[in-house]
Ligand binder design. Structure first.
Ligand code: ACO
Length: 325
């Protein structure tokens, strides 16, 4: 019997690059500090008039084409984003209209950087239950719209981009198992404090820069390594596999030191950890999506091999998915 798997993949990165030396002119930082502390060399910046749905629509068109489908064939669109075009309507609805997926139901999820992994798990349920044939999942972010360009601790980390995947019944690239978790007590470590019902926009919230992303980087760093390793191990075990059965880990790209620490704790060589953080920085929900697309395009995964997608993010949230290619 066929199970939910990956039918098509696509991504879109805005062309404009912001390099570390560009950032040196904006805040007190250096290429050396950013490279050694984070592994990031440059990130993509969407232009002013571009929103998350525009990036997501481009990635979606590519994924639907890659699946050999038409937009009308999509039954459901789930978008993971923390930078929606607006509070509502859902960014998924805006993407649906842009790409002409007129038969699709739509909703968004908010699981920050774990968002794309969570959408894969949700899509898997709809496909395996038989309710929908083709679910389009999208991770899209215009993080540069919520970055405080005066805060050197955060502004060097983030970038814009989108990745998408069509999930449907498949013989190949099958989703074998998954794990999702959350720890709301760590919510304060990563947030945009204002703009919701707790602190609606006022002159004061704008003056106090509360509409920008705030992060306690050191705390997040420590937790990230532990929960990514835990999530990956749980999903691998659920698939009835062991660590050595995994050919490639595709983790959320937050910081190269986190990725290296994860490799060490998992007990796998660095070559088994996919990394593209150097080119894009942290794109939250789009990071894992774009990494999956690039790993596939670069033929890093052979037919029959096992891959683990693993992520953590604001919420705190964390999760992993095992795919048999
Ligand atoms: N350039 C130069 N110096 C800087 C910069 C900068 N951009 N930023 C901070 N510094 C300075 C600090 O002020 C500090 O100086 P001090 O020693 O004089 O006080 C020094 O560098 C060290 O600062 P730390 O905060 O200790 O640096 P650290 O090594 O922890 O790196 C970083 C900071 C990169 C943010 C790291 O903590 C990290 O990557 N954390 C994880 C972040 C993350 O994973 N976020 C993902 C989730 S995002 C989401 O869910 C949307």
């Amino acid at each position: 019997m066929q199970k939910a798997g990956i039918l098509g993949l696509g991504c879109y990165l805005p062309p404009k690059k912001l390099t570390n030396s560009d950032l040196e002119k904006m805040v007190e930082t250096s290429d050396e500090w950013i490279t050694t502390r984070t592994g990031i060399k440059e990130r993509r910046i969407a232009s002013k008039e571009v929103a998350a749905s525009d990036l997501g629509a481009e990635a979606s068109r590519a994924a639907i084409k890659d699946a050999g489908l038409l937009p009308e064939d999509i039954d459901l669109i789930i978008t993971a984003t923390i930078t929606p075009d607006m509070a509502f309507p859902a960014t998924s609805c805006i993407i649906q209209d842009k790409i002409g997926a007129k038969n699709a139901a739509c909703f968004d999820i908010n699981a920050a950087c774990s968002g794309f992994v969570f959408t894969m798990v949700i899509a898997q349920q709809f496909v395996n239950s038989g309710l929908y044939n083709h679910v389009l999942v999208v991770g899209t972010e215009k993080l540069t719209s919520i970055v405080d360009w005066k805060d050197r601790l955060t502004c060097v980390l983030f970038g814009d981009g989108a990745g998408a995947c069509v999930v449907g019944k498949s013989k190949n690239r099958v989703i074998l198992s998954s794990f999702m978790g959350a720890d709301g007590s760590g919510g304060h470590l990563l947030s945009v404090p204002a703009g919701g019902s707790r602190l609606p926009a006022t002159e004061d919230t704008v003056k106090d820069r509360l509409h920008f992303l705030k992060m306690e980087g050191n705390e997040v760093f420590k937790i990230a390594v532990r929960i990514m390793v835990d999530a990956a191990n749980k999903a691998i075990k659920k698939a009835g596999l062991g660590r050595d059965d995994i050919s490639l880990f595709i983790p959320h790209q937050a910081n190269i030191r986190i990725l290296l620490a994860v490799a060490k704790r998992l007990g796998v060589p660095q070559e088994k950890i996919f990394m593209n953080i150097e080119k894009y920085g942290n794109m939250s929900a789009a990071s894992t999506a774009v990494a999956l697309v690039e790993a596939s395009q670069e033929n890093r995964i052979k037919k029959g091999e096992h891959v683990v997608l693993v992520a953590f993010g604001g919420g705190l949230t964390y999760g992993a998915v095992v795919v048999k290619w």
